[in-house]
Unconditional design. Structure first.
Length: 67
């Protein structure tokens, strides 16, 4: 009997990145609009990817078919 292949959730695949060590990264929020009000320092900080931790990281990996 054949086993089913789990499909990758394409929306999750576009939004998250898995590093070689297995960490889950996402883009920072607050970058979409009202950027004039934010400080330049804050805008630069939002460019860096942020690590997803805990249960959410496990959920993301499951949706990508990695856990």
């Amino acid at each position: 009997m054949k086993k089913f292949k789990q499909k990758t959730r394409s929306g999750v695949a576009k939004r998250f990145k898995i590093t070689a060590t297995g960490k889950v990264l996402r883009r920072a929020q607050n970058m979409r609009h009202r950027r004039r009000i934010k400080s330049k320092k804050a805008i630069r900080a939002y460019r860096k990817p942020i690590q997803v931790k805990g249960k959410w990281a496990l959920k993301v990996k499951r949706m990508l078919g990695l856990a």
